[in-house]
Design a protein around this ligand. Sequence first.
Ligand code: NOJ
Length: 547
Amino acid sequence: MIYQIYPRSFKDNNSDGIGDLQGIISKLDYIKNLGVDAVWLNPIFSSPNDDNGYDVSDYRNIMSEFGTMQDFDELLQGMHKRGLKLILDLVANHTSDEHEWFKQSRSSRDNPYRNYYHWWAAEKGKPAKRYSFFDVESNAWKYDEQTNAYYLHYFSIKQPDLNWENPKVRQEIYDIMRFWFDKGVDGFRMDVIPFISKDTNFPELPEKYHGDFIRYYADGPHLHEYLHEMYREVLSKYNVMSVAEGVGVKTNTAMDFVDPERNELNMLYHFDAIDIGYLPDVYKTIDPKGYDLIEFKEIYSKWNDLFGDKGWGTIYLCNHDRPRMVTRWGNDSDEFRELSSKMLTTFLFTMRATPFYYNGDELGMTNIKFDRIDDYRDIETINMYKQIEASGGDLQQFIEAQKLSARDNSRTPFQWNDTLHAGFTSGVPWIKVNPNYTTINAEQQEKDDNSCLNYFKKLIKLRKQTSTLIYGKYTLLDKNNMKVYAYTRELNDHKILVLLNFSKDDAQANVDLKVANAKRLICNYTDVPLRNDAITLRPYEAVVYEL
Ligand code: NOJ
């Protein structure tokens, strides 16, 4: 079980309003007590923070706002002492434009670092269109006067893409990985790793990828050759784990990354499920009407089946790029926030995959839903806003939509207690604290046996004690039920039934299994219903039976 920490928003120790490594160190006992096995930290390397650390200017140093290398060593030691593993974020598709390699590269056409990045000489004419995620014009080619050439940036103009086709670049990255592994780091989450290999002729986007450029980006010509090389030269030499951010990867290609016989990576997290319910626009608008549970079940089942015999899956409902779990997939109203949050946690911990759980979701933290663009800090929201502004689009509508979908919703400070700024900082927080910290916070939930936090801990214990929940075969039941997600997990003769009501109404689970006398392993309601074998679930009820 992997717990994801967004360091910028977890705990500030030096009152500058920004979370830091000493802050995390001060909360190691909290993390240990959750019962998780490993922590994934979003990037902590030196960075000008155009994209909150996903723009690295020095891979062997700690971002000054987060602390020093000494702090890092202390953190790693503190985690290992407690039996926790530490996974760092490898951002290797691109660097910051303030990285020394890029400064050299852009300085002249014959600089030895020129080929560390992708350049297109302007005398060849304009390069073929490549889309950028964080560019006001969605243009991934930026003209650079100094050498009369364009450089490629799939993300912001301050995130130039590295040229992985250059063997020297690959060796640099492998060296960086060795540097951290030699320090004792236990693994890497690999940022947009499917994007690393590119056809350096940069032809027009092939016809079949029109409207789906992400799949094109994720399907470069030498991608698997490089991942295999990385395994051979680095990963195989250490006892570590690797997980790809599987952007653009579908079930037909996923096994190429994680098939143990191919010797590439251990796991991948896909976007198929997290992407459900978006409207077909470019502003990442989530349909406010909700999502289709049948589609949700189909996708999770399909991915489960893919790893039935080999490979291994992951599961998550939120991360730093997505809105809060309970707002997005549950119901964040006062009436149902706790119940639905616990129900979703039950889902994550009873599926056959490694759960990645985002900090704050264990408290049922909710989207902040900013009313004003000035409250946003994220380059993605800010640049989309500028784009709409420039084209005369509906800004109010955009602000409304961002209340559901913006990344900053999950980046607000962790809610530790009910003192000023939720106990996150004694300074001025870099982004506003969600005002609901007075009622939703860790301190209060620690004392309450029925809190989201304590439910989360109970579930983790249950999963750890029950190998059927980890390894058991998954079978979907009552597939066409629009409100209930029901499945069994089976290992040898042991069988578990999971029933989850994803709706705010009572709902019938049509499973042909007798539960009247079955043992209830966990439930998010404290009172036991009178249940005959026709199973009616209460709103957002989650119940796990041993059959
Ligand atoms: C994926 C990361 O999760 C996201 O936060 C970042 O903006 C992009 N990759 C670019 O590195």
